[in-house]
Design a protein around this ligand. Structure first.
Ligand code: ACM
Length: 620
């Protein structure tokens, strides 16, 4: 009986889904689809009440989006006297469903599209939904220029819905950064964490400290494997790099603000500071003259740590943060705090002497002393600090917000101490990790599959959930040399994260999400956004079973695909051996395992080839 009921339930769900061609990501809080469509034609008007320049600007952008998809530019009116075929934007401060400043209500009938919200942020998000509906309907219904009849009430689960881009390890142009922000906005992200400084490049103009960009923004050019590049050679010119002028940054901030995205700049101290130290060698306790690191091995070899015992370091930081705070309007500045090696502090007589005089017993406490002083500098500039979870070591600065990346634990601990947290555990949110089998993907480290990003809860049990500001995906760029590849690593895992951050937990559903993925790929294509299809590819794992035989297991992230494989160096097709659920016993002496996923007779993913030695390595 239970089985029959659940079958009926499943059947009903898929019928409901088939009728619901919306495939919106992130999934709205409430969506009721009716019959019929609103067709955009030459009689359609766009109604934008006067009085809000922001709303007018949004209305004009809406017209551009509509034109991109339909080729039609709608006449704009301020009000309407008679019923007409229109798309109407409405700011309604008393709207109480949703009574949320980022929420919106979108009502589409055959004769009218009405989008209302309390604030322009809500209108903006409603427009992103509208924009998706238009692109999706084009694909799904072969009815260009039309929108499904639908009632949507929607608002976000989390206040902080972030993505981070590391522009230090590789430099990304101002225009690329803008595009990245535009892409984020489509999926209702609202924080862009800009990792502006690190050992491999200082990327923000600081007018009072010109060497930061004259020297710190440039390194010798290298390609190959990060961490194994040759160090700079004598007299070799540092020609790779770049930086953003303050004018560039103002432009990017204005661009992000129009898209309801707050930019949080990160100046990573006291570790990860080799580029700054290359520019101003007095900043480290060692005082050596270094070049900006090009991606060669240097950890605990070159001193990339600021000297917390030297007042000149705090004067330097005051200058940096004066200019950073004046540029960025947001309330937070990220001060890094991660992975600061204690090695050079331990070696330095000056630092050790300072610790004795101050009664500081451990290097962790010294780091805490440093972060607290940075917090004081920023507090004077009316900014709050965020630091990576290492700032817990030695004691948190009084008002710091913690960004938890080494799992959830740091964030949980910070929340227990009453601090705000943003969860960004590497296991679920690091966008620089492999998204599929390493044999098929560009070289990196560790693995984050699409499903793992999707099935993650950024609000852990046992803490005061009001302290959880939200979550974030992080793209470190050691192995990301181009903008196209940055997009490839970001999408579709950030589609998953957008739903994790925006949609109510009860609306998150991996089966539904998978069905929305391919329609969304078309939306990404239309928006010229690069993305990975690794979720459809086969991933091989291996181990030694109880009889010490080498066995391989094959899987895809996407459900419902069939996997075929060979062990004889031929390419598999649907007449090859089909992988069931039992691991394959790998015969001795084979050359390689080949596998591919199929849907019906058509390949669904790429051909995977794993040599025997690689299977043996994975079993270790
Ligand atoms: C980090 O990944 N070092 C924050």
């Amino acid at each position: 009986m239970k089985h029959i009921l659940s079958l009926i339930a499943i059947g009903f769900c898929s019928v409901a889904y088939a009728q619901n061609n919306t495939a919106i990501i992130p999934e709205p809080v409430s969506l009721v689809q009716g019959k019929g469509r609103f067709v955009i034609d030459n009689h359609t008007t766009l109604i934008i009440p006067s009085g809000s320049p922001e709303l007018t600007a949004l209305g004009n952008r809406t017209n551009e989006w509509i034109n991109t998809v339909t080729g039609i530019t709608l006449p704009v009116k301020n009000k309407t006297t008679a019923p007409e075929h229109s798309i109407r934007l409405l700011l309604n401060p008393t709207l109480n469903n949703p009574g949320n400043d980022e929420g919106y209500e979108l009502s589409i009938t055959e004769s009218e599209v009405k989008l209302q919200a309390r604030k322009t942020a809500g209108i903006f998000y409603g427009l992103q939904t509208l924009r998706q509906l238009l692109s999706l309907s084009d694909e799904a219904n072969k009815q260009p220029r039309s929108l499904p009849v639908v009632e949507i009430v929607d608002y976000p689960r989390l206040k902080w819905r972030g993505l981070m881009l590391d522009v230090s390890r590789h430099f990304f142009s101002k225009d690329f950064v803008k595009k990245y922000i535009d892409d984020m906005a489509r999926y209702k992200f609202n924080v862009f964490h800009w990792h502006l400084t690190d050992d491999q490049g200082w990327r923000i103009e600081i007018k009072s400290l010109p060497r930061l960009t004259e020297v710190g923004a440039w390194r010798v050019p290298r390609t190959g494997g990060w961490w194994s590049y040759d160090p700079p050679q004598r007299n070799e010119k540092a020609t790779y790099g770049g930086y953003y002028t303050q004018q560039d940054i103002k432009e990017v901030i204005a661009y992000a603000t129009e898209r309801h995205i707050t930019i949080v700049p990160e100046i990573d101290v006291p570790g990860h500071s080799l580029a700054a130290i290359a520019a101003y060698p007095y900043l480290s306790a060692t005082g050596y003259i270094y070049s900006v690191n090009p991606g060669s091995k240097f950890y605990n070899i070159d001193d990339n740590t600021l000297n917390p015992a030297d007042e000149r370091v705090y004067t330097f930081l005051d200058k940096v943060f004066t200019e950073v705070a004046a540029l960025f309007p947001g309330e937070y500045i990220h001060i890094g705090g991660d992975e600061a090696t204690k090695y050079f502090w331990q070696q330095s007589a000056v630092v050790q002497d300072f610790m004795k005089k101050q009664g500081i017993k451990t290097e962790h406490e010294l780091q805490s002393y440093f972060i607290k002083r940075v917090e004081k500098i920023l507090k004077k500039k009316k900014k709050k600090i965020i630091g990576w979870n290492e700032i817990l070591e030695g004691g948190l600065a009084p008002e710091a917000t913690v960004m938890s990346w080494q799992g959830m634990q740091g964030g949980i601990e910070a929340a227990k101490q009453g601090h705000q947290v943003i969860f960004t555990p590497s296991s679920n949110t690091y966008l620089d990790l492999y998204q599929g089998d390493p044999q098929l993907e560009p070289s990196t480290y560790d693995m984050l599959r699409l499903k793992t990003a999707y099935q993650w809860n950024p609000i852990p049990a046992g803490i005061d959930s009001t302290l959880v500001l939200g979550g974030q995906g992080n793209l470190w760029s050691e192995a990301v040399p181009t903008g196209r590849h940055a997009e490839y690593m970001t999408w579709p895992r950030s589609l998953a994260l957008s739903e994790v951050f925006w949609s109510p937990r009860a609306k998150q559903n991996w089966a539904n999400f998978q069905k929305k993925l391919e329609p969304q790929f078309k939306v990404l294509d239309a928006a010229h956004i690069n993305y990975a299809t690794a979720a459809f590819d086969v991933l091989a794992t291996s181990k030694l079973d109880e009889q010490k035989q080498l066995v391989a297991s094959l899987s895809t992230d996407i459900d419902g695909l069939e996997i075929y494989y060979t062990l004889d160096n031929t390419n598999p097709d649907t007449s090859s051996a089909r992988y069931g659920s039992t691991p394959i016993v790998i015969p001795k002496g084979i050359y390689q395992l080949r596998a591919q996923s199929f849907r019906g007779n058509a390949p669904a993913g790429k051909l995977l080839i794993v040599p025997l030695e690689e299977l043996e390595k994975r079993a270790r």
